[in-house]
Design a protein around this ligand. Structure first.
Ligand SMILES: O=C(O)CCC(=O)C(=O)O
Ligand SMILES: [Fe+2]
Length: 219
């Protein structure tokens, strides 16, 4: 088998894993979703945006109900403009295109577009328990978070905590460390979650697969 073919098969395995886990459990975790080189170059882009001062304090809600509350959400974000991406960001978006097509073929989710931002949580900041789908705009179907934290240890904290609804009405907690290359993906309408405080700055790419074209979501 050629190296190219082997890589394609590995990618397909990852996609299958995401589709199976999503339909069985409503969430999927994939380690080494990004390889160390991809993580490193995306971190370079993140640092570049940070140095240009284009990260903004994240708010809560859609544009017409936008509030900034440090207690609820302490992260800073930089939205990706698909028309002006640097090569590592474009490679990442190409990956997302492939996953979107795959999930539409296998899970019939009717995904049409996505939106992503670079994210930075300063040490000690959190994002309190929430669901990602907005009440007044329900086009976010799946949440995707790719972590960019090299040499992250359990002692650094910063877990993503999912609250999984159980058939008996209770909730099961799952804690996910934000280690480099890991992808966390879950149903944006169903799964409450929170980000716990970390002792180090916590970096990621965060985004959503939408069932409508992004520039139409103001409708
Ligand atoms: O960074 C994470 O682990 C989750 C982020 C999140 O919940 C969000 O941005 O809506
Ligand atoms: Fe969230």
């Amino acid at each position: 088998m050629t190296i190219h073919k082997q890589e394609e098969e590995k990618l397909l395995e990852k996609f299958e894993h995401i589709a199976d886990q999503l339909s069985d459990n409503g969430y999927a975790i994939v380690d080494n979703f990004l390889d160390p080189n991809e993580v490193h170059s995306l971190l370079g882009v993140l640092t570049h945006h940070k140095e240009l001062g284009t990260f903004k304090k994240a708010g809560i809600g859609t544009s017409n109900q936008f509030t900034v509350d440090k207690q609820v959400r302490g992260d800073y974000i930089r939205w990706i403009e698909p028309t002006e991406t640097l090569p590592p960001t474009q490679a990442f978006l190409d990956h997302m295109d492939e996953i979107m097509l795959y999930l539409n073929r296998t899970c019939f989710l009717g995904l049409k577009d996505y939106e992503f931002h670079f994210t930075l949580y300063p040490p000690g900041t959190v994002y309190q328990r929430h669901v990602d789908q907005f009440k007044e705009n329900d086009h976010r179907r799946l949440s995707f978070i790719c972590y960019l934290n090299e040499n992250w240890l359990p002692a650094h904290g910063g877990e993503l905590r999912l609250y999984l609804p159980q058939p008996d009405g209770s909730e099961k907690q799952v804690d996910i460390l934000p280690i480099a290359g890991r992808l966390a993906c879950f149903r944006a309408d169903l799964i409450p979650h929170e980000v716990l405080a970390a002792t180090r700055p916590r970096y990621s790419l965060t985004g959503w697969m939408l069932d409508q074209l992004n520039d139409l979501t103001f409708l």
